[in-house]
Ligand binder design. Structure first.
Ligand code: A2P
Length: 320
């Protein structure tokens, strides 16, 4: 399995199974299909509300000798309501309990946005903490503690732009080892990729297929389709693979970890097989040039008029 390497020599499989939007009734079977077909990396988060089922599936796999814990790479994420120093470790421990694991391989700060304790999705000003209340440096200190205590082998962030990364790099003792962001040919994030590479921060692409199964409340009616993009379709034809496989292979060819979500056995297998695609160099460039600066997950649910956060707290001004 192709992988990326952390500075301590640990490796992370370049493709993992995404579990955002996988329902509790579906994710158990999806994890087992994934492990049986050769996935060794699962991407989770507390807010996905399915970690218990993921944990049950992992337990089944370990107990029945499908795979060992050491062979698996498991990521999870700290939700926005647990950013205070005293809340970080308990949040990680809850995730470990749900996943029935002793340790995570990677723990990420899910968003650079902070909610008050117990809030799922903040709806009004009173439910948010500001950066004055809970600076990102405080959350990062909590993450460093978790790593030093062995609850997670690696730590990183998600949805962080260059300014936010600089902030925690300046204040922290340890570098973030990963930045997981939305990435695909409509938003290849060239500037952020270049910055992360220059700092030795690995990257993971979420929503590599455009997350068409999002709830209607966070979907626009006129969204462009990655699957129907002309360049993507031409390459699918050229390499005799599906559009989804072109999109997954695009990330792999950039050395960027990719976590397509599926709960369908055939598509779970198909997505893993994308690792085999050998692109001609110019085809990666063709995909990179599409660059519509288009985000499917635009973060506007965290930055409305009732929030202390602005779009610049999430993305660069040119939306890259
Ligand atoms: P399903 O779970 O039924 O397979 P993303 O990873 O960008 O969040 O996208 C997930 C969406 O893409 C889901 O609706 C998922 O549906 C669908 N999907 C996953 N793999 C494929 C594939 N190989 N071809 C088409 N759609 C796919």
């Amino acid at each position: 399995m192709k992988s990326i390497k952390f500075s301590n020599g640990d490796s992370m499989p370049i493709i993992g199974l995404g579990t955002w939007k996988s329902k509790p009734g579906e994710v158990y079977q999806a994890i087992l299909w994934a492990i049986e077909s050769g996935y060794r990396h699962i991407d989770c988060a507390a807010i996905y509300d399915n970690e218990k089922e993921v944990g049950n599936a992992l337990q089944f796999a370990f107990k029945n000798g499908l795979v060992t814990r050491e062979e698996m790479f498991i990521t999870s994420k700290l939700w926005n309501s647990n950013h205070r120093l005293e809340d970080v470790q308990p949040a990680l421990k809850k995730t470990l309990k749900d996943l029935k694991l002793e340790y995570l391989d990677l723990y990420l700060v899910h968003w650079p946005v902070s909610f008050k304790k117990g809030v799922g999705f903040a709806q009004n000003r009173e439910e948010f903490f500001t950066y004055n209340d809970v600076p990102l440096s405080q959350t990062w200190e909590g993450m460093e503690d978790c790593k030093s205590k062995g609850f997670t082998k690696h730590i990183g962030v998600s949805n962080f732009n260059i300014a936010k990364l600089e902030e925690i790099i300046k204040s922290g003792k340890q570098m973030p080892e990963m930045n997981q962001v939305e990435m695909h040919p409509f938003n290849p994030q060239h500037k952020l990729v270049e910055y992360c590479q220059s700092k030795g921060i690995h990257m993971t692409a979420y929503s590599p297929l455009g997350s068409g199964d999002r709830s209607a409340s966070i979907k626009k009616s006129d969204e462009p389709s990655l699957f129907e993009n002309q360049v993507v379709m031409e390459l699918a034809d050229k390499y005799q693979v599906s559009a989804a496989q072109i999109l997954i292979a695009y990330s792999i060819h950039r050395g960027i970890v990719v976590i397509p979500k599926s709960v369908n056995e055939g598509r779970i297998k198909q997505n893993l097989a994308s690792v085999e695609i050998q692109f001609d160099k110019e085809d990666v460039e063709k995909l990179s040039k599409i660059d519509l600066r288009y985000r499917f997950i635009d973060g506007s649910f965290f930055t409305g008029s009732k929030s202390p956060y602005a779009q610049q707290d999430l993305w660069e001004n040119d939306n890259s």
